[in-house]
Design a protein around this ligand. Structure first.
Ligand code: TEU
Length: 561
């Protein structure tokens, strides 16, 4: 496969509301991001994905866009944005934007015009239907709770479709005029100098051909969209159209929020003729997810379950394309609180956090770091539902109570996986509010900021942050970068409990990545070869003949010759 400019990059996700506030209004902004570009450059970042900053009422924190051609004043303006692009480019950082086109905001002018005249051209931008005998057309339940159908303002006999929040009406992708509007807008941003898009909720853009009821899967008589989407029309037709009209002419980097990684689907999404450059590997994120409507199953995975997820994804993709590897994002809890088994001792030590970092980071694909992950930030110790602002978590709590859970059970269940865990202000230092703002932050900072913050970790060569820098340096290393980026993935001692180990091999070099995911020592029997350590998280390595004894939570990368 021909090598592309984005393949050997390391990406970083910014959630702008909580990254850095430059003007003291308690909300992060573009000027704040610009002021931290050197921090990102030093971390080795080449691609910056910024969650939505378009004009928005922020009902779903910017994933509800009211003007695709402008920046929300809370984040800055288009001039600030152009300067951000220039400043990023001067540091060889490519900026990609979030593309949210399954839906817009109910405050977008398209929707306002659709309400004024549902039969007119903008009515066809949405899914507007008549009530029949007072009933909406289907019994589908929205992702954020309640029916997907909401009364159309000013038209008591009509409803509109929203898969997510009721302030996020779904756009009708079957309408070619809508699609042209979207591609025009995307090209406008590409021409402005962005390098591509992370594509939001894209699996939802097409609906089933016939709108009908499905068997209810809960007491509320509604049916989950996960069932509905089995009958949806093929999304790839439109994604390929998008690729041909926008991505290819601009040599864009695109990463899809796709949840389907069976090998055949993969090839169509990210293969040589796929619609996207890459797609996220969500196999760890969706594992164990409760279908009950609240996420009460244990929030953490055992090391062997985690290994099964990531190895399955690596095998499925092989050399067909590049996955984007993550342990967290703005919709997920903190990676160290989910993938390090919380019933083990010492999981909050830097050694354990570094072991997790090393294992996911050196898989084949593009590593994405979510803001604060590089500091080893943990979930928030929420004490009350009053701390929760996320609409999805609030809904899950209501559903759990309706299903008969006690408030304590419901609280514990929904907060362990709540999106709010990863949305606290970035802890830059140990000053008030972690140095995120000089004003009052829009939401409480993580209480651990006096200990876990960037300034302290920048000073400490053994910090989690310093280890992430070693990982990024290794990926860019003239000797080892090639094998770690392009090399094949081959599992090693897959059956050995609490060991996660794999080779990377490019025909010239062989590298072995190993991590002991338990507090106790663990012996690893190595094939008869020479092993030269390239990176160790902590301590030194103990070889005895062909046996390597890894200390608790020890991680290492060895060159094999
Ligand atoms: O998320 C899409 C998605 O699939 C969600 O179901 C996600 O798993 C859920 O929000 C977790 O509670 C994208 C964005 O990443 C998310 O932030 C937005 O809320 C959503 O689309 C709607 O735009």
């Amino acid at each position: 496969m021909e090598q592309k400019w984005w393949q050997n990059q390391i990406a970083y996700q910014i959630w702008p509301k909580s990254f850095c506030d430059s003007d003291g209004d308690g909300i992060g902004d573009i000027q704040g991001i610009i002021s931290k570009l050197d921090y990102l450059k030093e971390l080795g970042i080449g691609i910056l994905w910024i969650s939505p900053m378009y004009s928005s009422p922020l009902a779903d924190e910017g994933y509800d866009i009211s003007d695709y051609y402008d920046i929300d004043p809370r984040f800055g303006n288009l001039i600030n944005f152009d300067i951000l692009l220039l400043e990023a480019r001067s540091r060889n950082i490519h900026v990609i934007m979030d593309l949210v086109v399954n839906h817009c905001s109910d405050e977008h002018e398209w929707f306002r015009k659709a309400c004024e005249d549902p039969e007119g051209p903008y009515g066809k931008f949405f899914y507007i239907r008549d009530l029949k005998d007072g009933r909406p057309p289907t019994n589908w339940r929205s992702y954020f709770g309640g029916s997907v159908w909401e009364p159309l303002p000013g038209h008591p006999d009509k409803v509109y479709l929203h898969f997510f929040h009721k302030k996020q009406p779904d756009l009708n992708w079957e309408n070619p005029e809508l699609r042209e509007e979207i591609y025009r807008m995307m090209n406008w941003w590409m021409d402005r100098g962005i390098s591509g898009f992370r594509i939001d909720a894209i699996m939802n853009i097409r609906k089933p051909e016939i709108f009908r009821d499905y068997p209810a899967d809960r007491e509320d008589g509604l049916c989950s969209l996960h069932h509905v989407l089995h009958d949806q029309m093929d999304v790839k037709v439109y994604l390929n159209e998008m690729r041909d009209k926008v991505f290819l002419p601009h040599d864009a980097f695109t990463v899809g929020e796709v949840f389907d990684n069976d090998p055949e689907a993969l090839e169509q999404f990210i293969g040589i003729n796929g619609c996207f450059s890459s797609m996220f590997d969500f196999s760890g994120e969706v594992f164990n997810r409760s279908g009950k409507g609240w996420y009460a199953d244990p929030a953490f995975l055992t090391p062997d379950q985690y290994k099964e997820c990531i190895f399955h994804a690596q095998r499925a993709v092989k050399d067909k394309g590049f996955l984007s590897n993550i342990i967290e994002n703005h919709d997920e809890p903190r990676g160290v609180s989910r993938y390090l088994p919380q019933n083990f001792t010492d999981v909050h030590t830097p050694a354990a956090k570094k072991a997790l970092a090393g294992i996911y980071f050196l898989l084949r694909g593009i590593p994405f770091i979510y803001q604060g992950q590089e500091l080893g930030m943990e979930n928030v110790p929420f004490t009350s539902m009053d701390d929760i602002t996320d609409c999805s978590t609030l809904d899950q709590y209501r559903v759990a109570l309706d299903a008969g859970l006690t408030p304590d059970e419901a609280f514990a269940g929904v907060t362990s996986l709540s999106r709010d865990n990863a949305r606290t202000p970035f802890p830059w230092d140990d000053s008030e509010n972690g140095g995120f703002t000089t004003g009052i932050p829009w939401t409480k900072p993580h209480p651990a900021y006096p200990e876990i913050n960037a300034a302290a970790q920048l000073r400490d060569p053994d910090s989690v942050l310093s280890f992430y820098k070693k990982l990024t340096a290794l990926r860019h290393d003239p000797e080892y970068g090639n094998v770690l980026c392009y090399g094949e993935f081959l599992p090693f001692l897959e059956e050995q409990t609490n060991l996660i180990a794999y080779y990377r091999w490019n025909g010239i070099r062989t590298v072995l990545v190993l991590a002991n995911f338990q507090p106790e020592c663990q012996n690893v029997e190595l094939p008869e070869k020479n092993y030269h350590p390239i990176l160790i998280n902590e301590g030194s390595l103990h070889f005895y003949n062909r046996t390597l004894t890894l200390l608790g939570w020890q991680f290492c990368v060895l060159e094999v010759t």
